[in-house]
Write a protein that binds this ligand. Structure first.
Ligand code: IPM
Ligand code: MN
Length: 364
């Protein structure tokens, strides 16, 4: 594997995995933004395309084929779109599913941490289902454990299929490594970490809380608090500004991050980074939105913001990442937005938004 250093050089390889549905359209816009950054800052990158999800099942019979894994392992970062196809959604008996591609990629790349920042854009506050007074200024980072818990614990059927189980299992090392990251991010941000669990009921949560309490004294500059997940779900919508960094296990994190995503008013804006042992994956948190596929109407901003996270987290290119964020904010202020954000004004196409942002990056 090539070592990534803090400047992009001619050897930098990005694995491009657009996936299914709107994935290819939104990833194409993120590539325009990265290319504009490369032009501005004289960086060079090359892309290697690979298939994941339903399109990979169609061609290889597997949602995350070995050839795709090899491309990811040999790259410095993975830019990912979305997976999913309605052909599989209503068939619980289907043995292969596009989502398995995502889960296999996370597991095989050892991506144990999923970072989902939730920021509010002033020009979008009116889109939030919550009142401005509650949402304005909310800025939190959700750190979701991504390769453990019920998603990957032993699962199966008994009684000829009439009993089913999923095991929520966590080992100390899994808890420690994700908490270490979360404490670190809290330290770099506003110094506040909320550990979310269900320690009043679940043994695995009691391990999380025990390990967090053992580690907290090593971070005297971080205020650590503990919150039950049901309470956290309520707090996220009644007082989102309470949170700085929120860390939690896989399933709770899946649910809470969808909830947190609506605080901002648009899921079409939420980016994520999955990092861990091997190449990091950068992807929008929305799905494949099959109804919009091929129509050039999907909002590309979450994927463009994921590319910003890629520059920051995979390559430590903070100025470049920040320029992409500024370009996105500028497009919102200028009303150059797709139909989901247009609010009666002109709706631009996916590619027009991508072009506008790329041009803005080159000029500013
Ligand atoms: C997510 C998605 C995935 C998950 C699905 C598609 C497997 O909902 O990234 O949050 O549950 O982790
Ligand atoms: Mn989810």
């Amino acid at each position: 594997m090539k070592i990534s250093i803090s400047v992009l050089c001619y050897e930098t390889e990005i694995a491009k995995l657009p996936g299914d549905g709107i994935g290819p359209e939104v990833v194409a816009q993120a590539v325009k933004a990265v290319d504009a950054i490369c032009e501005r800052f004289a960086h060079e990158v090359s892309y290697t395309f690979a298939k994941v999800g339903a399109c990979a099942i169609d061609e290889f019979g597997s949602a995350y084929p070995e050839s795709t894994h090899k491309v990811c392992l040999e790259s410095d970062a993975v830019l990912f779109g979305a997976v999913g196809d309605p052909r599989y959604d209503n068939d619980p008996t289907s043995k292969v599913r596009p989502e398995q591609g995502l889960l296999a990629m996370r597991k095989q790349l050892g991506l144990y941490a999923n970072l989902r920042p939730v920021e509010t854009f002033p020009s979008l506050l009116h889109k939030s289902p919550l009142r401005d007074a509650i949402v304005s200024g909310a800025d939190l980072l959700c750190v979701r454990e991504l390769t453990g818990g019920m998603y990957f614990g032993e699962k199966g059927r008994l009684d000829g299929g009439d009993t089913a189980y999923d095991t929520n299992i966590y080992h100390r090392y899994e808890v420690e490594r994700i908490l270490r990251l979360a404490f670190g991010y809290a330290r770099k941000r506003r110094g506040h970490l909320t550990v979310v669990d269900k320690a009043n009921v679940l043994e695995s949560s009691r391990l999380w809380r025990q390990v967090a309490q053992e580690m907290a004294p090593q971070y005297p500059d971080v205020t650590t608090d503990y919150m039950f997940v049901d309470n956290a779900a309520m707090k996220l919508v009644t007082d989102p500004r309470f949170f700085d960094v929120l860390v939690t296990e896989n399933t709770f994190g899946d649910i809470l991050t969808d909830e947190a995503s609506c605080i901002t008013g648009s899921m079409g804006l939420l980016a994520s980074a999955s990092i861990g042992e091997h190449t990091g994956v950068f992807e929008p948190i929305h799905g494949s939105y099959p109804q919009a596929a091929g129509k050039n109407i999907a909002n590309p901003l979450a994927t463009i913001l994921s590319a910003a996270m890629m520059l920051e987290y995979a390559f430590s290119l903070m100025e470049e990442g920040s320029l992409i964020r500024k370009a996105v904010a500028a497009s919102l202020d200028a009303g150059v937005v797709t139909e989901d954000l247009a609010a009666g004004g002109k709706a631009y196409s996916t590619s027009e938004v991508g072009d506008w942002i790329a041009e803005w990056i080159k000029k500013n």
